[in-house]
Design a protein around this ligand. Structure first.
Ligand code: SAM
Length: 283
């Protein structure tokens, strides 16, 4: 995937197309117990984290995804106090969650300590909240953690890699049931939906159906991120209570000042799908 000074992201899931980034310098190449890891400095997207050949984050555009997967559920919930992040080893979600002063405890369960260590070293603007006193990091498998969990959370953010390797079971219905069981009344889950509207609508539709088998309220939200395949990624936002309105901030909520992508308009607009996608997913 590294050739002639370029990184090329090839994967069966998006067969026949690939994104390439020019490489200034390879910073780290290794293999952990769970995945292949590559970190490189790119010519115009800053440092880039790649797991199992798939781009996870670039310093230039990561804020769009991190803000949306965190602030959509945190702003829709009237008063979130206990938050769980599953995955998220780069630290970007923690950085966003700590911006909510009313959140009292933030637990994160990440399977791979190496990702956390590398993020602290090479992605310091993302990995800046691990030392926050409200944060507790568990190094464990997210599925196992939730299967043994007794706690209840107001918001759970499932910031996982794609459904291959260690994250595969984090896209199964049994995992969604564990998420639902771990939610307090009025609780909201936001999960990385892996697919976008351009590539595999059938997979997106089936993911939404599996979510609907568990949660009474399920909405798909989109975010523009140039370095994710096709430039768009989505999140399933699910609520335990059928009355929860996920598509707008709750009344009297204060938007964190230092956001760069999220605003009230984009919160509402992120749930609006182009006609072809809306028809396919909802039929
Ligand atoms: N935004 C990213 C994306 O989709 O491209 C996801 C970023 S974050 C780096 C994904 C994290 O999920 C990784 O650090 C990976 O180690 C973690 N992960 C994968 N499977 C996991 C599991 N079963 N339990 C907990 N964490 C997991």
């Amino acid at each position: 995937m590294l050739e002639n000074g370029w990184f090329r992201e090839e994967n069966e899931s998006w067969n026949g197309q690939s994104l390439s980034l020019q490489v200034d310098k390879v910073l780290y190449v290794g293999k952990t117990m769970f995945q292949d890891v590559l970190v490189f400095r790119s010519t115009n997207y800053g440092n880039v984290l790649v797991l199992d050949g798939v781009i996870q984050a670039t310093e230039r555009d990561e804020f769009a995804y991190q803000e949306m997967i965190c602030h959509l559920p945190l702003m829709s919930h009237p008063n979130p106090k206990r938050v769980l992040v599953v995955g998220g080893g780069d630290g970007g979600c923690l950085r966003e969650v700590v911006k909510h002063a009313g959140v009292e405890t933030i637990e994160m369960v990440e399977i791979d300590q190496t990702v956390v260590d590398l993020a602290k070293r090479f992605l310091p603007n993302m990995a800046c909240a691990f030392d926050n006193p409200r944060v507790t990091l568990h190094i464990a498998d997210g599925f196992e953690f939730l299967a043994n969990n007794q706690s209840k959370y107001d918001v759970i953010i499932s910031d996982t890699s794609d459904p291959e390797g260690p994250a595969e079971k984090l896209f199964e219905e049994s995992y969604f049931q564990l998420l639902s069981d771990a939610l307090a009344p009025g609780g909201i889950v936001a999960m990385q939906a892996s697919e976008n509207v351009w590539l595999k609508l059938d997979i997106l539709k089936s993911l939404q159906e599996r979510c609907k088998n568990v949660f009474p309220t399920v909405n798909y939200a989109t975010v523009c991120v140039p370095t994710y395949t096709s430039g768009q990624l989505g999140m399933m936002i699910c609520a335990k209570d059928p009355q929860t309105n996920l598509q707008a901030p709750a009344a009297k909520k204060h938007i964190p000042e230092d956001v760069r992508y999220y605003n009230e308009g984009i919160h509402r607009a992120s749930f609006v799908l182009p006609t072809f996608a809306k028809k396919y997913i909802n039929n």
